[in-house]
Design a protein around this ligand. Structure first.
Ligand code: 8X3
Length: 243
């Protein structure tokens, strides 16, 4: 059975992916910061690694500690990432911006760079978690949205460089998924509940099943980008300011 390495596995889409892939018989390496939450993912075909995705030394030590039969990674699911803040750019926290860039951009690029030679050798796959925010600007999206545009574009450009290697790359671009995402972004459970209230938002399991589907398509088939929204989410027109 192939092995999937899933980052950000302690909650939300990452956690749901661990269960979906493990249920489908894959070996899973689940990574995240919170050891207590990782402990709950333990199963025969799951190994957990606790490290901060931004800490390359801790990451490398953790990967080196894997047992032999979990070292060969066939699929990298770059799920670790976060949004912090919904303020307009001119009021946003620079520290929040740097945390998002360090996590969503730098750490994602770094682990991808680290695993690429192995993925090429094994004709593996990369599934990156981007967002509809990569495609549609919205107020307060600013740096979060820009990091997700990076993830989408890196996915497409990786495909160009990996041409002929057999490695598949997909950018998954979900809209509203009810997880801890908005709680982390705003620090308020009430805000999160209000945002998703009555929307019938997508669930982490919806996205995990989609990711499993993408990963198990015939090897000659590559989904480049895949954008998903709940039926109750769509678009509004341009904002026009009148003087
Ligand atoms: C966030 C997507 O639609 O909740 O990645 O802003 S949305």
């Amino acid at each position: 059975m192939p092995t999937a390495l899933i980052t950000g596995a302690t909650a939300g889409i990452g956690e749901a992916c661990v269960h979906a892939f493990a249920d489908a018989g894959w070996n899973v390496v689940a990574t995240g910061r919170r050891e207590d939450r990782l402990a709950k993912l333990q199963r025969d075909n799951v190994r957990t690694l606790a490290f901060d995705i931004r800490d390359e030394a801790a990451r490398d030590a953790a990967l080196d500690s894997l047992p032999e039969d979990f070292r060969g990674i066939d699929l990298l699911v770059n799920n670790a990432g976060l949004a912090l803040g919904l303020e307009p750019a001119q009021q946003a926290s620079l520290a929040n911006w740097k945390t998002m860039i360090d996590t969503n951009v730098v750490a994602l690029a770094s682990i991808t760079h680290k695993l690429l030679p192995m993925l090429v050798e094994r004709k593996g796959a990369i599934i990156n978690l981007s967002s509809v925010a990569a495609n549609y600007p919205y107020p307060g999206g600013n740096v979060y949205a820009a990091t997700k545009a990076f993830v989408r574009q890196l996915s497409l450009d990786l495909r160009a460089d990996l041409h002929g290697t057999g490695v598949r790359v997909t950018s998954i671009e979900p809209g509203m998924v009810e997880t801890e995402f908005t709680l982390v972004r705003t620090g308020s459970q009430e805000t999160s509940d209000k945002l998703y209230g009555g929307v019938n938002p997508m669930t982490a399991e919806d996205i995990a099943e989609t990711i499993l589907w993408v990963a198990t398509l015939p090897p000659h088939l590559n989904i480049n980008t895949l954008e998903l929204m709940p039926v109750n989410q769509s678009w509004q027109g341009f904002a026009v300011h009148r003087e």
